[in-house]
Design a protein around this ligand. Sequence first.
Ligand code: SRM
Ligand code: SF4
Length: 554
Amino acid sequence: MSTTLSPVETIKADSRGLRGTLIQSLNDAYTGALREPDQTLLKFHGSYQQDDRDLREERAEQKLEPNYSFMIRTRTPGGVVTPAQWLAFDAIARRYGGGSLRLTTRQAIQLHGVIKRELKATLQAINQSLIDTIAACGDVNRNVLVSANPIESAAHAQVYADAVALSEALLPKTRAYHEIWLDEEPVAGTPEHEPLYGPTYLPRKFKTAFVVPPQNDVDVYAHDLGYVAIVEDGVVLGYNVTVGGGLGMTHGDARTYARAASVLGYVPRGREIAVAEAVLTTQRDHGDRADRRLSRLKYTIDRLGVDWFRAEVERRSGVVFEAARTVRFTARGDRFGWIQGSDGHWHLTLRLSAGRIADRDDGQLLSALRQIAEVHRGDFRITANQNLIVAGIAPEDRPAIERLFLDTGLAELLQRSPLELNALACVALPTCPLAMAEAERYLKEFSAEVQTLLARHGVPDEPVSLRISGCPNGCSRPYLAEIALVGKAPGRYNLHLGGDAFGERLNRLYRENIDVAEILRVLDQSFARWLGERRPAEAFGDFAHRVLLDKGTR
Ligand code: SRM
Ligand code: SF4
């Protein structure tokens, strides 16, 4: 491990509790950008500087600076948002965010295209809705995921409460956010003590998820820290704790890889925060701070060993892990349409392709959801699959919501095959600076083409999971899908096959750097073999894992 610190470590160390020169950067009217170190610090406040990549060349030709703008991401544990908050975001999107909202794979809302001089006003408006963006990005514990529909049963409600408490406990202590964006009186002298994080925070981002089996809708094994609820008779007894999941990798750098989390063991309910603090501080003290490509917890664990890590967490937390309890996942996707909860209330899960909500020619989604928010008395739940649940609808309120669901076209979005309903794509172009190929803008077309192939092979209703990421960072969690496209260059992808249906097995590279026509040809042939040679009810991913990958990987 190199001892030369990455430049980001110096920026954090010199930042006076994440303040840097953000205020000066914001006040500089000569550019739409922030100073470079402030771009790094801004992430800890829940925002990224970006530029419109569709316009880059044209702007450069005109000798203009790139069309800078900002993405803002919320901290919404479990993706829970009240109707009032939804209406506030609707108004914020229309005023500052180009009329678009984006639901993410981590149950957050993102705004894109906010310009620098309106960044503060946008963050203030978000705060007025009683949602914040603190630690939504950056080298800290980020938005905590929770299996969706937590009010469907008493156990879900307990798990949601535990997740919210954990999210609060792991927040940084600095008041920088309140000073810079909310005009709180500046703290004089040395910045606040960060008992958990220390002055340089974590070596890298840190992600936590809570899951309620049998539904693995958060892909718990993709997270740095996971809690698998052990429920008996509607009561949460405790959690199996998982560590070291992570998906990001870099093309051509064999030191980087996707990793499914390891199980540390079981702890009774009430010990989650002690365990989280110990996991987090162990990573704080032992993670690689030289090479950010190798600084996620998964590499720390592989370097030091799972047994060492477990012992260290036990030593720091005083918690002794018991043997992990037996857990069985039997599903992963969202449960679309109407479902009645154990308390008699209804939940309506809507399909929002790649989580994008805007009023466009192919659907007035932003306005449709506003109409629902105006009458809804329960809450909204963003799922980790970029969809939205209108949750907690009292039986007497169902007819009004159902009418809107039918009249505004939202119902039509559910008239899709299982493959299309469950397919995911990351944002990619035009806002993501790291995108190598299209993802969100290509999802509908590509999933329809794969669906056509399934139909041609006579299995239109097979729920094959399909995910597209515009680069190997894996924001749509592609490495846990049965079929995944990972962007390599415009129109070219790596094709991965062989994940299982419940998010427990990583897929593998099957074909490298091929164009879309070739991908469809390969899938066509693979489907033919699957249907000719499959074991009874064998899923495509399982067949690919058993047969195709052993024989045809390159
Ligand atoms: Fe991600 C970076 C979007 C979930 C792995 N991710 C980015 C950035 C911020 C690009 C950047 O660094 O400048 C993307 C912004 C695009 C845009 O224009 O909005 C971006 N990531 C997203 C979202 C919006 C994808 C989506 O379509 O929903 C998700 C927002 C989550 C949230 O609300 O917090 C998102 N990102 C994920 C996930 C999935 C998850 O966490 O469940 C992963 C894989 C899991 C993991 O972390 O291992 C993921 N994003 C990354 C990585 C690779 C990290 C690594 O360990 O190597 C990067 C790049 C980086 O950190 O250097 C990245
Ligand atoms: Fe951007 Fe890559 Fe993440 Fe897609 S996977 S949003 S292209 S960083």
